[in-house]
Write a protein that binds this ligand. Sequence first.
Ligand SMILES: Nc1ncnc2c1ncn2[C@@H]1O[C@H](COP(=O)(O)OP(=O)(O)OP(=O)(O)O)[C@@H](O)[C@H]1O
Ligand SMILES: [Mg+2]
Length: 336
Amino acid sequence: MFDNTTDRRVLVSVSGLKMYFPIFGGILSRHVGDVKAVDDVSFDIYEGETLGVVGESGCGKSTCGRAVLRLYDLTAGTVMVDGTDISTMGQGALRKIRPVMQMVFQDPQACLNPRMSLADIIGEPLVEHTRLSKAERRDRVYDLMDAVGLNRDFANRYPHEFSGGQRQRIGIARALALNPKFIVCDEPIAALDVSIQAQVVNLLEDLQKEFGLTYLFISHDLSMVRHIADRVAVMYLGKIVELAPREGLYRDPKHPYTQALLSAVPEPDPVTHDTANRTVLKGDVPSPSNPPTGCNFCTRCPRVMEICRQQDPEFREVEPGRFVACHLFNESETAG
Ligand SMILES: Nc1ncnc2c1ncn2[C@@H]1O[C@H](COP(=O)(O)OP(=O)(O)OP(=O)(O)O)[C@@H](O)[C@H]1O
Ligand SMILES: [Mg+2]
């Protein structure tokens, strides 16, 4: 745990990031609009920490994670990873920096080639990015298998012979192959049985300690994020509405959307669960291709004010380490 974040080294710094997907229409297939999947987000990730990203389906979590890894050409904004600005890097330069940043996916099945043995899957990045000999590669693959808890005897087997949890371990071993510093985990346990989710989460935590890894951990499971994240960013309709250290966020959520999201989480202790504070949001999430004027949350916010329908609230630090984008926290505005 930490509160005083100021003396920590920033490994990933994201500023004004936008990722729009163009929509083409009409007989001339003209550019008629954009899906604003990620719309001006800024955050830092400190070395060795886990930044959780939560929010409802479609709010832009995966797009944000993929954009940070430059799996897309960015619409706008800056992404710095380990001191290097990667926002506009070409494919050649990106290829060189890829080993530093990796991704663990929700569905390991989809990214494991069924015709490759486990050793080949885990060793593939080594073939592409290193000049290790065959024997050195095999040793490295064994080390990686040890690290993620896969029996070395499985090296020549194929993905279909493994359970979901084991397949996720293969995906993690592959992601670790090139000694990354930063890993985006996109719902890494969502596709797994509840009984093995904790094992994979524990593994990710152990590996983080062992290798000093920094995680961006995407999940819609608020309890899981509470467990694993040091700080949490809450997304709504392409924007980060709140970012705070874990304890503060869960104890005292500031943004009305965070409050609503947390009030929907089943409380483990029914005695302290104050049902009177339960906020149920009305209406649907607006389309990211046509977000409302003003605050993106104004159409559903239980505490909406006049200004919210006119002006997009600034994402600002309202207490040390606590960032909120909400007019309720802008005194000069609400006073007048
Ligand atoms: N390649 C794409 N082209 C067009 N639209 C896209 C593309 N990828 C994502 N989107 C849209 O961007 C928005 C954000 O999607 P994204 O997958 O990032 O959300 P998410 O928060 O990860 O959701 P989930 O929890 O369901 O995984 C959605 O409206 C989605 O339809
Ligand atoms: Mg997603």
